[in-house]
Design a protein around this ligand. Sequence first.
Ligand code: FES
Length: 579
Amino acid sequence: MAERTGLKKGLTNYGDLEFSLFLRKAFIKGAGYTDEALDRPIVGIANTGSGFNPCHGNMPQLIEAVKRGVMLAGGIPIEFPTISIHESFSHPTSMFLRNLMSMDTEELIRAQPMDSVVLIGGCDKTVPAQLMGAASAGIPAIQLVTGSMLTGSHRGTRVGACTDCRRYWGHYRADEIDATEIADVNNQLVASVGTCSVMGTASTMACLGEALGIMLPGGASAPAVTADRTRIAEQTGTRAVAMIAAGMTPDRILTAQAFENALRVLLAIGGSTNGIIHLTAIAGRMGIRIDLDQVDAMSAETPVLVDLKPSGEHYMEDLHRAGGLTTVLRELRPLLHLEALTITGRTLGEELDAAPPPFSQNVVRSLSQPIYPRGGIAVLRGNLAPSGAIIKQSAAAPELMVHEGRAVVFENTQDMAERIDLPDLDVHADDVLVLKQIGPIGAPGMPEAGYIPIPKKLARQGVKDMVRISDGRMSGTAAGTIVVHVSPESACGGPLGLVRTGDRIKLDVPERCISLLVEQAELEARARQLTPPEPDPTLRGYRKLYLESVLQADQGCDFDFLLPTEFTDSVPRSKPSST
Ligand code: FES
């Protein structure tokens, strides 16, 4: 039987499919559609607009433009809502909800009759959630991002969310600025709708979407409120129709080569450490494993080229003016798989050949003059992190890359909140701050609390950075010598849970090592003293599903039951290849 398309897809089976179609048409005609419109290929548009998500505040304009593009190409666009997640409006954390959004996206793509889908996301967790869902749903899918917000200005200094949020808050904590000034700053950090204006997780995921080839070339960088962004939306709608006839399903795009390209780009842009977790989760849906040790090997041969905060100086709108991700991809060309297919139907190499010529700019460096000589992200192992940990070395203090210090331990975020600013806290600038219970299960939802604030008494003495270690995440907009994603996490028996104040910890980034300098016998004795948490009889709903199913950071924090039955590939390959 021929595959059913358009309105005939996924009919509810009452035992008479023709009646099901008759009924479906009757209902959608209630919205004023004609038979001629309903006979066209259907492009679904995932609408993630929400009053609680200003990062998606341009959703109405984007949807209008996507619809125009779809109709110009002879399709019929039908938008549908899914969950929307904003970083600041998602309790307990946005990461807690990412997998729920991916399930929502997957099931609504599957349930509703669409021949292809435009995924409109932007804020940190939305793009990975949409790509995870679309990868599993399997119909032609194209990513559109809302685009970055504009930068603001505070007393003549350019500011943007959220690297400057943390920087100014640090000044305020150190009594360097007063309450009036911090309130003024608050009005300027987010100057328009759109996603954070630095190379945080949202910008990182936008770039990775383009590097994966599942977004139009040039689609990552245009700010939210520009004509460029609206034009990209229209072109995305047009392309979504062509992808139907071309059978451009995610398995043709999200290949091992595409993930290697994306990892290479993640390293070269000084991208967010969250990008590794999300790429691991998206790749996992395609049966592809991300090998952290090989990511580290790739990192060692990939310089950071993009001069954006928090690793550098500029903002996302500057990257757009500098030619967008194309400028980065052109520079990385010798290190990329140019034969990887993109949703345009052309390969990455063909797209680069067709791109506008390069011009002089100061945002993207050349391979020979990088902003940072090696990849921004290093993978650490050792007795403190047997399954790995991550540090964004491009945003860390060079003098702390090899450091041994005394552990000052906070048992959880509440303990930290209660004690970190106490005047009599026993802490010194060369200590190592340790925060437990903020892993995928511990918090739950792996909050971005890994950016442990510098204790106020030290901040007032001018201390700007310390070695900080946790099983949580850190915002892609944050900078500092911060070790995150320690796996396995403290809440499920990881050695981080055994650390006590006064222990010595050694960080050695060049040796890729993080060590708890305590005898093994002592650690075993401490482990025996731990009492496992009591089962919670009141646990219910999504939280129960989450706690019973979430995987660790090195496995992408996906739910175990959402992965395919087996992994068929692993990337990066042991010898990253050049093409
Ligand atoms: Fe939405 Fe930063 S809070 S992108």
